[in-house]
Design a protein around this ligand. Structure first.
Ligand code: IPE
Length: 263
């Protein structure tokens, strides 16, 4: 039996550039994957990103930079609105699981976490000790921070680091990506770009950070997070989220097409 911690990237479950648009087909496939994993007696813990339910408004109102006196009223309104949007996205995912008779329980970070980055504060034990018949789900969110920032963006990648380290039963930690098969040797636009099959933090990366839409760290934060987890979890992978069957293949055979992150 495996315990799989998975992150659904925001670019996988939403269309990143179009305000609050979900990818219904992708979500249905991912729910099917969770159902299959549970039917095979595995445990599953989920973290999801924000995509167009978080990044667009966060970018517009500079939420990741913290409170700015000249626009504080508007920022406070945006914080409320992003939190509501994230709850809505989370609800859509949970509803999709319910249609397959999968019970889930949501843990919205704005309600239990403060501060940003992997050392954020908050009690993870309700997620760690969640009944194994239920799929715990948490997500990247706007959280309260101490002064002068007042608020900030806690990324799902940071939640992955803490859950990967603090849930002792985790055997697999998988980042499901929306637009690539794993880590590429060069930006996707480069014709020589190839899938990197195995990566450790001493290897160079030539990434692109999509500052247009992304208010968290993009591929760099993801690699850094995965690298930290690989020190405690044996199987840490980046896999193409449009091909959920690769997760099952990894569990069955110990290998699949994707990038394995090693310490
Ligand atoms: C971002 O979380 C949260 C908000 C912008 C509110 P993530 O960093 O985990 O989201 P994605 O995966 O990049 O969309």
């Amino acid at each position: 039996m495996a315990h799989v911690l998975m992150k659904f990237g925001g670019g996988l479950i939403t269309t990143k550039s179009k305000m609050k648009t979900i990818d219904e087909r992708a979500i249905a496939k991912l729910s099917g994957l969770i159902k299959q994993l549970l039917d095979l007696d595995n445990r599953v813990t989920i973290v999801h990103g924000a995509g167009s339910f978080g990044h667009l408004k966060a970018k517009e109102w500079k939420i990741a930079e913290g409170a700015k006196p000249s626009i504080l009223m508007e920022q406070k309104q945006a914080v409320k609105s992003i939190r509501a949007d994230m709850l809505e996205l989370n609800r859509l995912l949970c509803d999709s699981l319910t249609t397959l008779d999968v019970d889930s329980q949501s843990f919205p970070p704005s309600q239990w976490a403060t501060e940003v980055g992997p050392n954020f504060l908050g009690d993870l034990t309700p997620i760690v000790n969640c009944d194994d018949s239920v799929v715990p789900i948490t997500f990247g969110d706007v959280v309260n921070c101490s002064e002068p920032n007042l608020f900030g963006i806690l990324s799902g990648d940071d939640l992955m680091v803490r859950l990967g380290k603090e849930i002792p039963t985790i055997t697999h930690c998988i980042f499901l990506l929306g637009d690539t098969e794993g880590l590429l040797s060069a930006p996707p636009s480069d014709p020589n770009s190839e899938l990197v099959r195995i990566w450790n933090s001493k290897m160079p990366i030539s990434g692109e950070h999509d500052k247009q839409q992304d208010v968290t760290g993009g591929i760099f934060l993801k690699l850094n997070s995965a690298s930290k987890i690989s020190r405690v979890v044996e199987n840490v992978w980046f896999i193409d989220g449009r091909r959920p069957e690769r997760v099952l293949e990894l569990l069955n055979s110990g290998n699949t097409r994707g990038t394995q992150i090693v310490p």
